[in-house]
Design a protein around this ligand. Structure first.
Ligand SMILES: Cc1ncc(COP(=O)(O)O)c(C=O)c1O
Length: 489
């Protein structure tokens, strides 16, 4: 076990310093209960201090209850209940962080490191110094061109590079788009204030109104936004923060219920037509037509999260809605599944005025995405490396999905896998008397990436869980599902 102990020799009190660094590491959980510390001789050698100093530090922590020392078993971190508690002011540890590996996380061991490295090298070797300056907050032109070309080719989108805005993933794309739609829906004065806060104030001062006369400040813009029910839970807070008043619209086997949308009074709708999250259904041709008629007749906007569109295994994915009505649809996508979520790179395609609004909002927020990565992604797209990587991933994901679905049929014949063969997860409907939270827990304990669907719904629905297969090696599917069937029964 390596331990990192920072010493400030100028300060003296080396024993105190070692003891307090180790104490902090234990309190903060960096040294977990039961971990064996290095032998005193080893740590003394690593730190360049005499062994006696380390022995004394260890003895002090043993006396305080942080460490346990047994002859022949070395010195270990004491179990949590035994050692002294941390300071009361420390916030409780999150039980379940909202970040980190989830059922829908891709296999990150498959990230094309060599190709990405080659792309970064190429960019650094060829980009002029000026390209390292602040760039267009809407994204560098090369990347917007590549994205536009690819979306036209692969997603039947109707897009010009000027209408593409590069964003930090779909999440940020949705935040900025909803802000823009809220501004649009809330009338011109509020819209102007949302889009150009500072301009709005400066005009007031210039026109002699003065800032005091500008009070009361116009209300924050908001928009009545329909979302699918069930939906991706983690996007709810960001949509609300961006100014959405949410209204839940049921999803059935054909996708979102457009009749319910008519009744909702929504001015915009956010949906995942290519592969609905979490149910896995595709918006049917009939519903697509109904949805676009609703948007045209009510003047509402459609926000299309192009979720899993690139991960259809049985056939080419259905073209995006944006291609049908580019003036009514905002299309959002990212490289989170094809490459890695941690890259935080995505795009929004929108009608010109909304695209401009999103671009300005991005400038006001943080001046745009990192440029080196944008050029690197453009290089990957231009050279065809991105498409080759995607084809490989699709083949592997399909094998993994097939293995999971077969294992479920073999060991849990009572459950039903719904949705089309696509994406990185399956939606598994359970018999009505089964407790989805218990099944989901048992699945996780068995080693599967599972999550219950209940919390994603507002209206009651049949018990269901989702199980991710992106990170599930083919040969693990059968034993893990078998283990689940044994523990659950
Ligand atoms: C349905 C759906 N869309 C979009 C996202 C966000 O993706 P990105 O990493 O591109 O922000 C998520 C992530 O959880 C999601 O569940």
């Amino acid at each position: 076990m390596d331990v990192h102990v920072n010493l400030d020799r100028a300060k003296g009190g080396i024993t105190d310093q070692i003891a307090s660094r180790l104490r902090e590491a234990i309190r903060e959980g960096r040294l977990a209960a039961g971990v064996r510390l290095p032998a005193t001789r080893e740590l003394a050698r690593d730190l360049g201090v005499s062994r006696g100093v380390v022995v004394e530090a260890y003895e002090r922590l043993v006396a305080e209850g942080f460490l346990i020392s047994r002859v022949g078993a070395g010195t270990r971190v004491a179990p949590a209940g035994v050692r002294p508690p941390g300071t009361a002011a420390r916030p409780p540890r999150r039980v379940r962080p909202y970040y980190g590996l989830r059922p829908t996380t891709p296999d990150l061991t498959g990230f094309p490191r060599e190709r990405w490295l080659a792309a970064i090298k190429h960019v650094l070797a060829t980009m002029p110094p000026d390209a390292l300056d602040y760039a267009d907050p809407g994204g560098v032109e090369e990347l917007r061109e590549e994205i536009a070309g690819r979306l036209r080719r692969v997603r039947a989108a109707d897009v010009h590079p000027d209408n593409v805005v590069i964003v930090g993933g779909v999440a940020q794309g949705l935040s900025l788009s909803v802000r823009a739609l809220a501004a649009l829906a809330s009338g011109s004065a509020v819209a102007r204030r949302a889009r150009h806060d500072l301009d709005w104030f400066m005009e007031r001062i210039r026109d002699g109104d003065g800032v005091p006369g500008a009070w009361p400040y116009p209300p924050s813009p908001s928009v009545r936004l329909a979302v699918e029910d069930p939906t991706s839970l983690r996007q709810i807070p960001l949509l609300r923060a961006a100014g959405a008043e949410l209204v839940a619209i049921p999803v059935d086997e054909e996708g979102i219920d457009v009749a319910a949308l008519w009744r909702s009074g929504a001015r915009a709708v956010l949906l995942t037509p290519a592969h609905q999250f979490p149910t896995g259904v595709v918006l049917s041709p009939r519903r697509r037509a109904e949805l676009m008629a609703w948007a045209a007749e009510t003047g509402a906007m459609v926000v299309e999260d192009d979720y899993d569109a690139e991960f259809r295994f049985d056939r080419a994915p259905v073209g995006c809605l944006q291609g049908l009505a580019p003036d009514r649809v905002v299309l959002a996508g990212s490289v989170s599944k094809p490459l890695a979520p941690g890259l935080r790179l995505g795009w929004v395609v929108a009608p010109p005025s909304i695209a401009e609004s999103v671009r300005v909002a991005r400038g006001e927020l943080d001046l745009g995405s990192p440029v080196v990565e944008q050029y690197a992604l453009a290089h990957l797209l231009r050279t065809g490396a991105y498409d080759r990587h995607l084809r490989r991933m699709r083949r592997e994901c399909r094998r993994r999905r097939d293995a999971l679905v077969e294992a479920l049929a073999r060991h849990l014949p009572e459950v039903e896998v719904r949705g089309v063969p696509a994406g990185l997860h399956v939606y598994v409907e359970l018999p009505p008397e089964w407790d989805e939270a218990a099944v989901s827990r048992a699945a996780r304990e068995a080693g599967l990436a599972a999550e219950e669907v209940g919390p994603m719904r507002t209206a009651p629905g049949p018990p269901a869980i989702i199980i991710g297969f992106g990170r599930l090696p083919v040969h693990h599917a059968d034993p893990l599902v078998h283990a689940l069937s044994r523990t659950f029964r």
